[in-house]
Each structure stands twice: as C-alpha cells, then as structure tokens.
Design a protein around this ligand. Structure first.
Ligand code: BJW
Length: 241
C-alpha cells in the first residue's frame, strides 16, 4: 500500500452514532433516535441498572443482537483507508459501542463509551467478549459471583475509558475531525475546545447537519457520512505535504 505524504502528522477522529446510521444502527437524539423511544434514566444510568437490572439487560440484549449483524459502511471504510495510507498517525476515538470501525479495518481505535459486545463483572472487573444475553442471575465465569455481570458500556455519570490517552492525543494532534455526533454528551463534546486551546490543529466537523457545537469548528461539511467522509479522506490523502 503506498503511503500518502500530506501535512498532517497526528490526526484524531471523534466518531458518534451518525457514522453508523447508514449501517442500520439507530442514533440517540435524532427525531427517531433511541432516546425518543426509551427514557434514558431507565436504561443508561448506574441507578437504573441497580434498580431494575433485568429491564436494563433486556434493553442491551436486544441491541447486542443488532450489532452482531451490522456491517461497516463507506464512512468506516474511508477512515480505515486513512489509517493505512496516511504518512501520519491516525487515532479513532469512538463514542460508539459497535465494532464497525474494527470490522472496516481500523486498528487504532479507542472505545471511550465501551463496547456492547463485551461484558464486565463489577465484582472482579474481568472483561469478556460476550455475543449472547445477560440476566441479573448470570454468574461471572471467573469469580462465579451472581448479579454483578453488566454490559461493558459507559452509563451516564460513569467515567469514560482511556481519558488520559485521549487527552494526550488531543494535545498532540494537528487535525481533529468530528464525525456524526450531536455534541450533546461530555466529555466528548468538549474535545474540540480542548484542541482549540492548543491552537495548532485544524478542526473539522463532518455531520448530516450542523451539530450543537458546529460554530466551534474551523470547517463544517454537512451530508451523510457515507459521502462526506470518503470525500474528505480523499482530499487529505491527495493533498501534498
Ligand atoms: C449523521 C447521520 C449520517 C445522523 N451521517 N451524520 C451538565 C453539563 C455538562 C456535563 C454534564 C451535565 N450533566 C451531566 C453531565 C455529564 C454527562 C453529560 O454529558 N450529560 C449531557 C447529556 C448533559 N456525561 C457523562 O455522564 C459521561 N461521564 C462523565 O462525564 O464522567 C465525568 C468526567 C469528568 C471529567 C472528565 C471525564 C469524565 C458519560 C457519558 C456516557 C454516555 N453514554 C451513552 C450510552 C452508551 C451505551 C449505550 O449505547 O446505550 O453513549 S449516551 C449516548 O450518547 C451514547 C453515545 O455515545 C452518546 C453520544 O451520542 P452521539 O454519538 O453524539 O449520537 P446522537 O444521536 O446524539 O447524534 C448523532 C449525530 O449524527 C446527529 O448530529 C445527527 O445529525 C448525525 N447523523 N445520521 C452523518 N447518516
């Protein structure tokens, strides 16, 4: 694979539900989004999990099934191409709990909100690959504790994963691209301001429509991810350094 020389040495890409929308996975806050159908306080908080674990498990069991059959789209594939062909370092920081970046071929991926095809034991903290269902009585395969297995996802009020590595990459990057995220959920929504504070990176939003924080970006391109992401990647890889 030829390596394309361009001016960016450290590229950080933040992705959200919008990049997976055209793979058939629903978003959260669009008109038909998940949070318009389900009350997030009933399913996406540690209090909900403690109060009604089987209800929360049923919610995640159903969504886990959808993730197993979903396939990446041209947006995911373009980012995998960027990582392979770029002369610079490329890191995808995804808020998504699906595995479509990996299925498309991206290798340098941080799942800051976890992965739904994994589970974790809250007693012994062992993380498992878990394509099947969970119930409130599922025993931990490691410590045999019953009632402590949970989806390996970040609920509201919990600390997202790998924040040290993410802020380190944001401090070093010279290009920050935000794709398919509404900019409603922190800390991810604050990444563009973090990058701007460094003062040396170009910032770009690629989204179906302007997000909450669109005005914070130097450049905004609106359209479906399957179109705007491949076009932007082509632009980067084609540009001389
Ligand atoms: C397309 C498209 C197409 C559509 N092509 N585009 C008050 C002020 C500030 C913060 C807080 C506050 N009160 C509480 C907080 C903190 C809280 C928070 O941000 N709340 C806000 C709602 C106010 N955050 C937290 O609790 C986080 N933890 C935390 O802050 O810890 C403390 C901390 C302190 C300091 C440093 C670090 C940490 C945890 C957040 C956990 C989020 N969890 C979820 C659920 C995961 C599991 C699951 O899937 O069920 O994560 S919520 C949900 O939202 C999911 C997503 O990852 C996340 C973001 O959503 P996303 O991806 O942006 O989706 P949408 O639907 O919102 O947007 C889709 C976009 O795509 C739209 O713009 C469309 O236009 C676009 N689109 N089709 C391109 N085809």
């Amino acid at each position: 694979m030829p390596v394309a020389e361009h001016k960016f040495k450290h590229i950080v890409i933040l992705t959200g539900a919008g990049i997976s929308a055209e793979s058939g996975l629903g978003t959260f806050r669009d008109v038909d989004g998940l949070w318009t159908k389900v009350n997030l306080e009933d399913v996406a908080t540690p209090e909900a999990l403690a109060r009604n674990p089987d209800f929360v498990h049923e919610f995640y069991n159903a969504r886990r099934k959808d993730l197993l059959t979903a396939e990446p789209n041209d947006g995911h594939r373009a980012l995998a191409r960027l990582e392979k062909e770029s002369s610079g370092r490329v890191l995808v920081v995804t808020q998504n709990v699906d595995v479509l970046h990996e299925k498309a071929g991206s290798e340098n991926v941080i799942h800051m909100h976890g992965e739904m095809l994994k589970t974790r034991c809250d007693e012994c903290q062992v993380v498992y690959d878990w394509p099947g269902d969970l119930t409130s009585r599922t025993p931990c395969p490691e410590c045999a504790h019953e009632g402590a297995m949970r989806p390996h996802v970040v609920l509201f009020g919990e600390m997202p994963f790998e924040m040290g590595a993410i802020y380190g990459a944001l401090a070093q990057c010279d290009l920050f691209i935000s794709i398919g995220t509404s900019g409603n959920v922190y800390p991810a929504a604050g990444f563009v301001e973090e990058v701007r504070r460094g003062g040396r990176a170009h910032t770009v939003e690629l989204n179906l429509e302007p997000s909450e924080g669109a005005t914070l970006f130097a450049e905004c391109i609106n359209g479906p991810a399957t179109e705007v992401v491949p076009a932007y990647v082509e632009r980067i890889l084609g540009a001389p350094s």
